[in-house]
Design a protein around this ligand. Structure first.
Ligand SMILES: Cc1cc2nc3c(=O)[nH]c(=O)nc-3n(C[C@H](O)[C@H](O)[C@H](O)COP(=O)(O)OP(=O)(O)OC[C@H]3O[C@@H](n4cnc5c(N)ncnc54)[C@H](O)[C@@H]3O)c2cc1C
Length: 427
């Protein structure tokens, strides 16, 4: 069975690795860019997805280039702590939560895929443009090679659209859909090197109903200075006349153009504007997502990761859910009789969960506690219990994890998604 994957991002590469682990080795990843470069800034992988990467034998490689997140704290705009919770191992999961540079994660995955499936398994400079089902049940995929201008047709038993938020595969299935909808917020993202803050393993989210900052370290102290690589993202409503022609992950921006909106988020335990001022790189991105779809699978073609369910970055679910999608899909492709059955079973398991998580992200997920704190006590508080009686804060957090099936009990006790490898060679 030959599987074609559009996109060598986080979901596409994990799918390739998952298929290999499940004994399916006729896999080709078609990637539009001429070369895989470590692009992006930071992201978090929750323990349910770290479990999958660990079962693929990648945990040590990832631990070497990430920080196992210890706590997550929500703060008001005065820097006062609203709620802090333990994360990863400290929260009782058997696997850590990892804060990592997206480029480093993608490099670990790409290197493992080339090692295990062979150097030809990832074809760069190969943009999937269109596809057509064949009478024999397979699929013809039209691939364009931008550097030579050549276009060719390749045939597979299935096509997985893991080609991100601007998915071409999705556009072919839903030609009327148009660009991803924008909620009017702008996010500036970047990295800086800085001394460690708090315990060196903390992620923080601070702000009010209009502005927000998310900050976490992505490396252990490096070099003689002992500084760490820090990810930051700051968000606020756009100016009324702002226009984004497209949502481009790589649109670089100068910190001076937005720093003034966040100057007051300087606390005695963390100076957000200082991080922005000393950025190594900064990018601007509109906060866009995708509407949930009623189906992802059409015969032997399906969608995965952002192509299927791009969502706002509330609750660290983008890369996490793409990784889990990949493992479920690989398992189904290994176990079912036909690719069409496998793709249908994958959708039946994943689509309802993801539809719930997408909707929750639109309601700001667990970050809603920051809005509530601002609404109830805009000038701050002496004790968060004055503002949040009983266990309201704990139950918001618990509810979010339960909704997505990533609470500690589910993650620790659910059966593995791994498939016993079939001996006797490639299938
Ligand atoms: C350059 C870049 C930077 C990013 N930076 C961040 C970040 O800093 N923080 C964050 O949280 N998320 C970031 N993301 C998004 C994040 O990777 C995803 O939200 C998440 O990991 C889900 O991954 P995915 O595999 O579904 O999509 P992605 O990781 O976006 O991967 C999609 C891949 O498909 C390729 N592709 C697109 N169209 C085609 C086509 N027609 N044919 C073949 N290949 C195609 C893209 O080049 C890309 O490699 C970034 C994505 C990209 C592409």
């Amino acid at each position: 069975m030959s599987i074609l994957i559009a996109g060598a991002g986080i979901g596409g590469l994990t799918t390739a690795l998952g298929l290999h682990a499940a004994g399916r080795t006729d896999v080709r990843v078609l990637e539009a860019v001429p070369e895989i470069r470590p692009l992006g800034v930071g992201l978090n992988i929750l323990p349910n997805a770290v479990r999958e990467l660990a079962e693929l034998g990648l945990l040590d490689a990832l631990l070497a280039v990430s920080v196992p997140t210890g706590t997550l704290g929500y703060h008001n705009r005065h820097g006062q702590l609203i709620w802090r919770e333990e994360r990863g191992l400290a929260a009782g999961y058997r696997w850590p939560q990892l804060s990592i540079h997206r480029g480093r994660l993608q490099s670990v995955l790409a290197e493992a895929a080339r090692d295990r499936l062979g150097p030809g398994s990832i074809v760069t400079d190969a943009r999937v443009e269109d596809f057509a089902p064949r009478a024999d049940g397979r699929v013809d995929v039209r691939v364009h090679h931008p550097s030579t201008g050549r276009t060719e047709e390749v045939t597979g038993d299935a096509l997985i659209g893991a080609d991100g938020i601007h998915s071409r595969v999705r556009a072919c299935l839903h030609p009327q859909e148009g660009p991803p909808p924008w909620n009017g917020l702008v996010v500036w993202r970047g990295t800086s090197t800085a001394p460690p803050f708090l315990d060196g393993r903390s992620m923080i989210i601070a702000g009010d109903d209009r502005r927000r900052a998310v900050v976490y370290p992505m490396s252990a102290p490096e070099g003689p200075s002992g500084e760490v690589l820090v990810n930051w993202a700051v968000a606020r409503a756009a100016e009324p006349d702002a226009v984004f022609e497209d949502a481009d992950w790589n649109r670089a921006v100068a910190p001076e153009t937005f720093l003034h909106h966040f100057e007051d988020l300087a606390f005695d335990w963390l100076d957000v504007p200082a991080l922005v001022r000393t950025a190594r790189e900064a990018y601007v991105y509109p906060m866009v997502d995708r509407d949930p779809l009623p189906r992802w699978t059409h015969g032997v073609v399906t969608l995965l990761g952002d192509a299927a369910h791009a969502m706002y970055p509330m609750g660290s679910n983008g890369a996490t859910q793409a990784i889990v999608d990949a493992r479920v899909l690989a398992r189904e492709l290994a176990l079912r009789e036909t690719p069409a059955e496998a793709l249908a079973a994958y959708e039946a398991e994943r689509l309802p969960v993801l539809t719930r998580i997408q909707a929750s992200a639109r309601r700001r997920g667990p970050e809603v506690v920051i809005d509530l704190a601002h609404e109830r006590a805009p000038e701050g508080f002496a004790d968060p219990a004055e503002v949040f009686p009983g266990d309201e804060l704990a139950s918001i957090s618990r509810e979010f994890a339960r909704l997505g099936g990533f609470d500690p009990e589910t993650v620790n006790t659910r059966p593995t998604l791994a498939v016993p490898t079939i001996t006797g060679g490639a299938r």
